[in-house]
Design a protein. Structure first.
Length: 117
């Protein structure tokens, strides 16, 4: 069921603004695609006989944005990540001293939830 409180887009990524979900008939969901008005059924299908179709509604994935600090070690060719530079430095000094940290890299993450899974 399409929820008017959520954000939707077409399968190809074009944004859709949902105006209402109680428009009546077989296609009660009414929304704007650019300046054009379109209708969908209560499941977000544009054509009831085509499942899935290119004009169907899909929920916009939530974005994950965060900064992490990645310790890079030479001896094991491994990495570990932390949510602050201080934690990365502290852990490297206390627990991984023997591995010879060769870098501590700041990484900005900006991806869709579920990306890469």
């Amino acid at each position: 069921m399409i929820d008017i409180t959520k954000q939707y887009q077409m399968r190809d990524g074009r944004p859709v603004r949902i105006l209402c979900t109680d428009g009546g008939g077989r296609f009660p969901v009414i929304g704007m695609l650019g300046e054009d008005l379109h209708r969908w059924n209560d499941l977000g299908r544009f054509y009831y006989w085509c499942d899935p179709g290119p004009f169907d509604l899909v929920e916009v994935p939530k974005r994950i944005k965060r900064t992490v600090w990645v310790n890079v070690y030479d001896k094991t060719k491994s990495t570990t990540s932390y949510d602050s530079r201080e934690k990365a430095d502290d852990d490297a000094a206390k627990h991984y001293r023997h591995l010879d940290r060769i870098a501590c890299v700041r990484v900005e993450i900006d991806c869709a939830e579920g990306e890469g899974l």
